[in-house]
Design a protein around this ligand. Structure first.
Ligand code: 5RP
Length: 220
């Protein structure tokens, strides 16, 4: 099975977790795009749908959904999103698509966070995927210097502006053995808006698409 088929399968498995009347948060990325394609039968049967990016909002509207604002819905019942890496503690790296800030807000505001990945994203230690940081533009070089002090190799994502008007720095060369600690430490750096480590609010369920089918992992 190729990666595209795995993404489709895991998206389908996530759609099977939706229940009538829920308030649903929708993440961003190619796996989530397949999830949006699965949402058709839920049109008119979900109380509210909230998007984690302008791109997801556009796709949801095209699929016939009214998209609500988190400021109006209150907490969500279910948040479904992909990830760039995941480990056995349900810690994630996210932000490959640059939507990490709104994704982290929706994850925080949701009772249940279901992460959908294919098995290429499963790692023993986070950090092989460059860690995205959303930063206030004037802090780019300052934050980059702090990353070098942490033995990272910061690379500015050229020509990319987030939905919030900020820059993304992708930090290569990190081996993140204590994700909650690194998340907290990098969050304290002046000018950092969001760290792409999701460990303080990890996933509750990870659905992993493998050659043999979709495996479900539940955090205790
Ligand atoms: C976007 C994300 C995505 O969830 C992550 O990049 C995975 O994307 P894809 O499903 O395309 O592999 O964090 O900011």
């Amino acid at each position: 099975m190729d990666q595209g088929d795995k993404k489709r399968q895991v998206a389908k498995a996530a759609a099977a977790l939706i229940e009538p009347g829920i308030r649903l948060g929708v993440g961003t990325g190619s796996t989530v795009n397949h999830f949006i394609e699965e949402l058709g039968p839920w049109r008119g049967r979900i109380e509210a749908v909230v998007a984690s990016s302008r791109e997801t909002e556009r796709r949801l509207r095209t699929a016939g959904f009214e998209v609500a604002d988190l400021a109006d819905t209150g907490d969500l019942d279910l948040y479904v999103d992909g990830a760039d890496e995941a480990n056995k503690h349900f810690h994630l790296i996210k932000g490959g698509g640059g939507a990490l800030t709104r994704e982290k807000i929706l994850a925080a505001a949701s009772r249940r966070f279901v992460c959908i990945i294919d098995d290429s994203k499963w790692v023993a230690v986070l950090g092989r995927f460059p860690l995205p940081l959303e930063v206030i533009p004037m802090a780019q070089s300052y934050v980059s210097r702090q990353m070098v002090r942490s033995r990272g190799l910061p690379v500015l994502r050229k020509g990319f502006v987030t939905d919030n008007g900020n820059a993304i720095i992708d930090v290569h060369n990190l081996s993140i053995t204590n994700p909650p600690d690194v998340e907290a430490r990098f969050n304290q750096i002046a000018g950092v808006v969001t760290v792409g480590i999701f460990a303080q609010r990890p996933a509750d369920v990870i659905l992993v698409a493998e050659d043999g089918g979709v495996k479900r992992l539940d955090r205790r």
